[in-house]
Design a protein around this ligand. Sequence first.
Ligand code: ACO
Length: 310
Amino acid sequence: SEEDLERHFEHTIDKDQRIEPRDWVPEGYRKTMIRQIAQHAHSEIIGMQPEGNWITRAPSLRRKAILLAKVQDEAGHGLYLYSAAETLGADRTDLTEKLISGRQKYSSIFNYPTLTFADVGAIGWLVDGAAICNQVPLCRSSYGPYARAMIRICKEESFHQRQGYELLMTMMKGTQAQRDMVQDAVNRFWWPSLMMFGPPDAESANTAQSMAWKIKRHTNDELRQRFVDMTVPQAEALGVTLPDPELKWNPERGHYDFGPVDWDEMKQVVAGNGPCNAERMARRRQAHEDGAWVREAAAAHARKMAEAKA
Ligand code: ACO
């Protein structure tokens, strides 16, 4: 009966076991899981653009090889995540339609421009650093296919983070102009990276339920704080300043205090009014249209193979 199924679901969550595609789940769980996985997948796919922008202009063969690999990894992450969403009954074509018609979100961070090659380093260090901070706990998320996808994704994200930090370290050992370029990139990416963790807990519509279902393991503010604490010593080692005059170690809390995030800016970016939203969406739509013949050819081939078999 429905009651038994519900009890089984609650029991699985309580015992910290994984929910698998064969299991009954409440409609709300399915909906919120599809929402989060789809938004995550869309972020990976849209996230290819800001850095993809620099592949043809990478300063050396080595940097180009690294950047190509990294952007391809992001495509891979998007694909595993769409597959995870499909195990919940979502349809990939439908998810893509929802992205390109603006009915589903993707991370605010990818709506900022990449103005110099130092931005590739800043994205690796800060954006991928924030992504790891957010995603490592998701390896213990209650939905099995999502949690397992996170394991591989986090390994690849660690490589992305390191290549970014190493890139910035190399530039910091270069000329004054290069050091200035790094500082400028850090100035532009710091605050948007803090926004990646989502709205403050008090305004986060989904956190309480997602924590109860063990989809999320920490709140948005907890992870934001963890990221700040982890990043400040790295900034010192790198020799850059983080653009926050209120950033200061608080011995009582055992954490760094930091200044207020501009939540109005985040709302604007999420609402579609960030510096690059229109460009990112137009590019994604164009890629989808350009790929129509591939999808048609694949479907025609599958049909022929099925006919031949019959
Ligand atoms: N950019 C765009 N939208 C956001 C962002 C952001 N940075 N942060 C929160 N939102 C959206 C949420 O999706 C939610 O939208 P909806 O309810 O209309 O669908 C709304 O703002 C309110 O936020 P929350 O209630 O806090 O949402 P949630 O509990 O889902 O927490 C979070 C947001 C932390 C991003 C969570 O979904 C998560 O951990 N997702 C997985 C990680 C991820 O998606 N990363 C993508 C960027 S990292 C990368 O790709 C390299």
